[in-house]
Design a protein around this ligand. Structure first.
Ligand code: SF4
Length: 177
């Protein structure tokens, strides 16, 4: 089994008991506390844990699914946002200048495969990430500066019809459950 398949199988294991429920959300794995971020840590958001106890969630980390290691160098999109990456106008590059675009594209494709496998139509992904950002990302200068735009996986999922939300939307979602 490929590494990313092992990862996805492992990440999904703790949600199995919830999978009979009708609404399933794709969620950035780091937001559920999975230590898959570039620094080897998670980005647990308590509201996500609350949501996961009430609906079915499938965690995915596109960067790990695309073959990148944990930990890994930070990367930013240079020349545009995730949509521009898919259109060939931008690349994903580390601060040291390594081009990791292919891994980001592969990870997005594997995230879509997970979506299709589970019949998912809504994703909740981590804001600011070059993969998962939905409204803002870092600007490609590796200076901590944000710009409007979406990540590579977000752009791909939206092009395939998914609604992509961010962790900041979860509190309002919980009110409606
Ligand atoms: S790629 Fe997405 S899920 Fe993975 S660590 Fe980055 S923000 Fe989290």
């Amino acid at each position: 089994m490929a590494d990313w398949e092992s990862y996805l199988a492992s990440a999904g294991r703790h949600t199995t008991a919830q999978m009979e429920r009708p609404t399933i959300y794709l969620v950035s794995a780091c937001l559920l506390g999975v230590p898959c971020a570039y620094d080897g840590r998670g980005r647990l958001v308590p509201e996500l844990s609350a949501l996961a106890s009430r609906v079915s969630v499938v965690p995915v980390c596109p960067e790990v699914a695309g073959g990148l290691p944990i930990p890994r160098p930070t990367a930013e999109i240079v020349g545009g946002d995730g949509g521009d990456v898919w259109d060939g106008r931008a690349r994903v590059v580390t601060a040291a200048g390594a081009d990791v675009t292919d891994s980001f594209l592969r990870g997005a494709e594997r995230a879509l495969a997970v979506v299709r496998r589970h019949g998912i139509s809504v994703a909740i992904l981590k804001q600011r990430s070059p993969s998962c950002g939905s409204a803002c990302i870092y600007d490609g200068t590796h200076s901590g500066t944000l710009r409007g735009g979406q990540g590579v996986t977000t752009a791909f999922l939206r092009r395939h019809g998914l609604e992509v939300l961010a962790e900041g939307d979860v509190a309002d979602m919980l009110k409606g459950l």
